[in-house]
Design a binder for this molecule. Structure first.
Ligand code: MN
Length: 721
């Protein structure tokens, strides 16, 4: 089988070389126990099963991990594949290692249950995998396990199974390795997976490269010597390595550019390792003096590290004989991190988890937590964060913030400061006012505008992409909802009290309210009011025990003609019921609507999407079916437009509105100290489609930022009747 069998003693030696205080006894016990449990088992390759845990341990030792991780590697298949039970494992190796092995067993069983899965389920699986990794060592051992399985994948006879495992590696494990900064493992996983997924292309690529390599050897040497010489002339200590890029990266590039394997020419890469950061930049300058750089290919990841902490300078140049090649320049420390990522810092110190990795661990946690209630959000965040195509942006003062692609000024504002986010009203990108949903691009200078009166809007949840911004917005909204519910509850209770001849003030003063709260199990008066506001407690029932007079009968409902040409809404089966549009959502013809019977004012009609409806602030018995009547009139809808204050804007706005076949009923303009104009318009529309046309026409006007349709933030307060 070519490869020599790994010897435990070699692994032990390797570990003690980087970890002087290593617990050899633990490793030895784990090895012996694993050997005993796996005794007699054989892998598909024909080798004794023990080779697998030993190889996994060796990979973990290559990563320079601690003895807990390596022992876990030796024991990782015991619960799944042998007679060893959790209790026995725990009595031998304690709770911690057992919990790591259990997590790995769980991941493995998830893999099996997804064996027949669709591609879409990869996301679910990735999510569960991350969620089960309370200790990052679980993921690291899993990656080592996967790497060894990939190295021996060709022994598996069933092609379908090989392809499934390789596909899973590309979709799940390579991206995780990438996100943890483990460049070396990621590259190997990808190359091994490519071989299984596209065997023909993989073979052609290898052939082509082998042909080139014969000539390439010479040119690599020539370039290497030239670089070495010029570094020496400028007294820069540096090692230069030349190599052929890894197959998967060449293959993806060919795919992306739609070029055939025979036409690869950009396959050489050089790495220069120097001693200091200034020497990195000096070396870059020297390279550019020797060979012409390819425009747009110079990347400074030293000043702006990638989210996975990768740092390096990159450039591509046209070398001797027109041969293009890539150069990466970095210090030795940076190289360690680029190759080994999170594992580069991992060594156990005094039995404590390493703190340098707080940020990366926090990244994982922030993904796993904070999204529990909305799986779709979670998946989107995960996709964005696992494939971090970063966008680098600047504050006007030159501070750099990196974001996942697709991030918007809303993300930017919450990144600057939570309070800035809460009061965000607008943003300028490179000096121009833009809509808040504008995606940020590399190099953008972003200036956020705030106003003390502004509060977060539910719409921002759709606009923000970072977990940080979404969590902050959500938590503000939740807090806001409680306050609003207390408010609403107070109003409901006040009204009910008045109906039966009581005053809320008096109920509070003689402590009736406090007593009622306690009777219903509420510690604080506010909690009682919130329960009323949320519709969980009826104010009438609450007051029943203290009522002295009979409640007055509800007023009869009267039909009222639709005013101002407003469309008619019909309550199904009851043509003469009075209806009105709720101001919180002001539904338009074309919207799905629901009705709620109010006390004395008829039926309030909300848009089905209205958060007030979804919050079930009203009791379900009061819900009625409603529909739009036959003859649809015109609706007056308020529009709030933000724009760059410059000559001709008013004309442009009015022209845009007219072009969408409607009129401006009223218009109020204002300008503030940021040279931001706001226009509050009221326009006539026939329905949702028409409104969207008007808003679209406005958004297309250059210089217009936000266009908000419908009631203003303030008017969107809960409407309870
Ligand atoms: Mn395994």
């Amino acid at each position: 089988m070519g490869e020599p069998l790994p010897r435990f003693e070699d692994i032990l030696e390797q570990v003690s070389a980087y970890n002087a205080t290593c617990d050899e006894d633990l490793l030895r016990r784990a090895y012996v126990y694993s050997a005993m449990a796996h005794k007699g088992q054989v892998r598909v390759s024909g080798e004794p099963y023990l080779v697998h845990p030993l190889e996994v341990a060796r990979i973990l030792a290559d990563m320079h991990l601690d003895e807990v991780a390596i022992a876990t590697g030796l024991l990782h298949d015991l619960l799944e594949d042998t007679w060893v039970t959790e209790t026995e494992l725990e009595s031998q190796f304690g709770e911690h290692i057992t919990s790591l092995v259990k997590a790995l067993t769980k991941i493995s069983s998830m893999e099996q249950s997804f064996a027949a899965r669709q591609a879409a389920q990869a996301e679910t699986f990735r999510r569960m995998l991350l969620a089960s990794a309370q200790d990052l060592r679980v993921i690291l051992v899993k990656l080592a396990d996967r790497l060894h399985n990939m190295r021996t994948l060709h022994f598996l006879p069933e092609e379908a199974r090989r392809r499934r495992i390789a596909g899973e590696t590309l979709e799940i494990y390579a991206p995780i390795a990438h996100r943890l900064g483990m460049g070396r493992i990621k590259a190997e996983l990808e190359d091994l997976a490519l071989e299984q997924m596209h065997p023909e292309e993989h073979r052609q690529l290898l052939d082509q490269l082998q042909q080139r390599e014969e000539n390439a050897g010479e040119i690599i040497e020539e370039i290497r010597t030239t670089i070495g010489r010029i570094l020496q002339e400028h007294s820069i200590q540096g090692d230069v390595h030349g190599r052929i890029k890894h197959l998967f990266s060449i293959w993806t590039k060919l795919r992306r550019q739609g070029i055939g394997v025979d036409r690869i020419y950009d396959f050489l890469a050089f790495r220069i390792i120097v001693d200091t950061v200034p020497h990195c930049y000096a070396a870059l300058g020297l390279i550019h003096q020797l060979w012409r750089p390819v425009p747009g290919r110079i990347k400074d990841y030293i000043a702006m590290p990638k989210a996975n902490a990768y740092q390096s300078l990159h450039t591509s140049v046209i070398g001797p004989k027109g041969q293009p090649f890539e150069v990466q320049i970095r210090t030795r420390d940076m190289d360690e991190i680029a190759e080994r990522g999170i594992a580069a810092h991992w060594l156990y110190k005094e039995g404590k988890a390493p703190s340098e990795d707080a940020e990366r661990v926090a990244w994982l946690r922030s993904l796993v937590e904070g999204h529990q209630e909305n799986p779709r959000d979670f998946l989107n965040a995960l996709k964005l964060n696992l494939y971090p195509e970063e966008v680098y942006t600047f504050t006007p003062k030159g501070e750099v913030f990196a974001f996942p692609r697709g991030a918007t000024p809303v993300d930017f504002a919450f990144r600057v400061h939570t309070e800035v986010g809460h009061h965000l009203v607008g943003a300028r990108i490179n000096g121009r006012l833009v809509p808040l949903r504008t995606p940020l691009s590399n190099g953008d200078i972003v200036e956020v505008l705030t106003s003390a009166n502004q509060v977060p809007s539910r719409d921002w949840l759709e606009i923000a992409v970072t977990a940080r911004a979404k969590n902050k917005i959500r938590s503000w909204l939740n807090r806001g909802e409680k306050e609003q519910a207390v408010d609403a509850g107070r109003r409901l209770l006040e009204r009910e009290a008045r109906k039966v001849g009581l005053a809320l003030k008096q109920l509070r003063e003689d402590n009736t309210l406090g007593r009622l709260a306690a009777e219903h199990g509420f510690g604080r008066e506010d909690d009682l009011l919130a329960a009323i506001g949320f519709g969980r407690l009826s104010p009438r029932e609450l007051l029943a025990p203290v009522v002295r007079t009979e409640p007055t009968l509800p007023q009869p409902m009267r039909q009222r003609p639709a005013k101002g040409g407003e469309a008619i809404i019909v309550v199904k089966g009851q043509r003469d019921m009075l209806t009105f549009r709720a101001q919180c959502c002001s539904p338009l013809p074309g919207d799905e609507i629901v009705g709620y019977i109010t006390r004395g004012r008829g039926v309030a009609v909300h848009a089905a999407q209205c958060p007030n409806v979804r919050k079930l602030l009203f009791t379900p018995e009061r819900e009625v079916e409603v529909e739009w009547g036959g003859d649809l009139g015109a609706y007056q809808v308020p529009l709030h437009v933000t724009f760059e204050d410059r000559p001709g804007m008013l004309a442009a706005i009015s022209q845009a509105v007219t072009s969408a076949d409607t009129n401006i009923r009223s218009c109020h303009l204002a300008t503030d100290e940021h040279q931001i104009g706001t226009a509050d318009l009221v326009v006539d529309v026939h329905g949702r489609d028409h409104l969207e046309r008007v808003v679209g026409a406005l958004r297309r006007v250059p210089g217009i930022g936000e266009v908000e349709a419908g009631p203003s933030q303030q008017a969107r307060r809960l409407q309870l009747m």
